[in-house]
Design a protein around this ligand. Structure first.
Ligand code: ADP
Ligand code: MG
Length: 463
């Protein structure tokens, strides 16, 4: 078996594959195509039980992979809904989260499964239309859901699968009375999955009253938790970014710098080099050999910074990264978490710095609010960062043979346009997911799609 590539499982002795957890081969390979090759611990611990219909309560910090832990069993088990009577309900505290869960579930869904988000602050039109056509999975915030029920537009009596996501935040926000009413309105015979950063206090009350003999998985905050890192937001305008980056790297040591584009990554690496900060770039247009060399240079300390695009970053699993810089902002909150997870790994401390220009400020505030962070944008203060331990750079690499050497020469050379696209979300998942349910849980033996998905995992790992 290939080594697991998932962040949170690199320490595990032997991580099971998704297929070994009971996930059909087709779905497992569509996950692998998105760079999700091996289950995170909470997924290994809860997916088999949830697929068997057991109740589950899972405690884990942000970024642990809770959405797939419930999303996979949910989409595999949910049945078809009649109009206005969903079969599964996911309750979430905020609109952002509901929308995000809805997107994630759609990526796991068969083309004929219907998933809709229900939250306030938007008109009823689209939500009512969806309900009248039939919604298999309703992802909802408690307030809007109760409105729809009171208007007679929706009933929960056919819901036999309920997920409570971020139960602790729902409690903090005062939603528990509504959550209880909603749970009471669901079918008595049902499966309930509860996920939360804590399982005590009010959440414990819910567990005892509404979950039946749940399997419990509790993950401590120390391991691989993004939140062990300090998150900073610095007001830096575009022309100053390279200079500030150079000062950060010089001060804090090994740094991963995230850029939006491949060309941007190449440019920033060059500019850092010319300021005396050794840097390499890693992105999808670089050959396998170039990427491996770049990573090796970074691991060995020959390069103090590695400048990466989001897709390429999936291959960066290096301990001892002091700092992550969001040179360009991430597309969304998920990418932010993923990028930031390059530092503070395995409970180590680390610093995550976002450069925020005047125009970017509003979006950044909104994105971070979605992650539950109330942020403050301050001036750049590289001199206040924790200082790196003294460090002797290893000797430079022996010069490569000129001419026929693989992948030598231009940083941008030899890129196959679109060659890395396989790792993009949604790649090929729809067309191939049709047979999934037919295969069911029996179609997932090791021979099922073995070599194909292993290869894809390999590709995802190195992109
Ligand atoms: P949580 O809800 O626990 O905070 P999420 O479910 O939002 O965490 O997952 C955080 C990120 O990790 C997401 O970008 C998700 O796509 C990614 N992720 C989840 N499981 C895996 C996995 N097994 N391998 C790789 N990435 C994963
Ligand atoms: Mg979550």
């Amino acid at each position: 078996m290939h080594t697991p590539s998932a962040d949170a499982s690199t320490d595990a002795v032997a991580t099971p594959s998704f297929e070994q957890l009971g996930v059909p081969a087709e779905l497992a390979s569509s996950l692998a195509a998105r760079g999700i090759a091996a289950p995170f611990p909470i997924q290994s611990a809860t997916i088999p039980a949830a697929l068997d219909g057991r109740d589950v309560c899972g405690k884990a910090p942000t970024g642990a992979g809770k959405t797939l832990a419930f999303g996979i069993p949910l989409m595999l088990r949910v049945r078809r809904a009649r109009p206005r009577a969903p079969r599964a309900l996911v309750l979430a505290p905020t609109r952002e989260l509901a929308a995000q869960i809805c997107d994630e579930l759609r990526q796991l869904a068969d083309p004929d499964q219907t998933i809709e988000a229900f939250y306030g602050g938007v008109g009823f039109g689209k939500q009512l239309k969806a309900l009248r056509a039939g919604v298999d999975v309703a992802v909802a915030c408690p307030g809007r859901l109760e409105d729809l029920i009171n208007q007679g537009e929706m009933k929960l009596s056919e819901v036999d699968l309920v997920v409570l996501d971020e139960a602790d935040r729902m409690a903090d926000m005062g939603f528990l009375p509504a959550v209880k009413r909603l749970l009471d309105a669901c079918a008595d015979e049902r499966q309930t999955l509860l996920f939360s950063a804590t399982l005590d206090g009010d959440v414990d009350v819910i567990i005892r009253r509404y979950l039946h003999d749940p399997i419990r998985h509790e993950e401590q905050r120390s391991q691989d938790d993004v939140d062990t890192a300090e998150h900073l937001y610095w007001s830096v305008e575009r022309p100053d970014r390279v200079e500030v980056t150079a000062r950060i790297v010089a001060r804090t040591g090994p740094t991963v710098v995230f850029c939006r584009t491949k060309r941007g990554a190449d440019r920033v690496a060059k500019q850092l080099d010319s300021r005396g900060v050794s840097a390499v770039a890693i992105h999808g247009d670089r050959s396998q050999g170039q990427r491996e060399r770049a990573l090796e240079d970074f691991r060995s300390g020959r390069a103090r910074a590695i400048v990466a695009t989001d897709v390429a970053a999936r291959g960066i699993h290096v301990d001892g990264v002091s700092c992550v810089i969001h040179f360009d902002p991430s597309e969304d909150a998920k990418d932010y978490v993923h990028r930031s997870g390059r530092t503070g790994r395995a409970g180590a401390s680390g610093t995550v710095i976002s450069f925020v220009s005047r125009e970017q400020k509003r979006d950044m505030v909104r994105q971070q609010r979605g992650l539950g962070r109330q942020i403050e944008v301050t001036d750049a203060m590289p001199d206040r960062l924790p200082e790196a331990a003294p460090f002797d750079a290893p000797p430079p690499r022996a010069p490569k043979p000129q001419g026929g050497g693989r992948g030598g020469g231009a940083r941008n050379g030899g890129g196959r346009p679109g060659g890395h696209k396989g790792a993009k979300p949604g790649g090929g998942s729809k067309s191939s997911s049709r047979n999934r349910r037919r295969n069911g849980r029996s179609g997932n033996g090791p021979s099922g799609g073995g070599s194909g998905s292993a290869q894809r995992a390999q590709v995802a790992r190195h992109n």
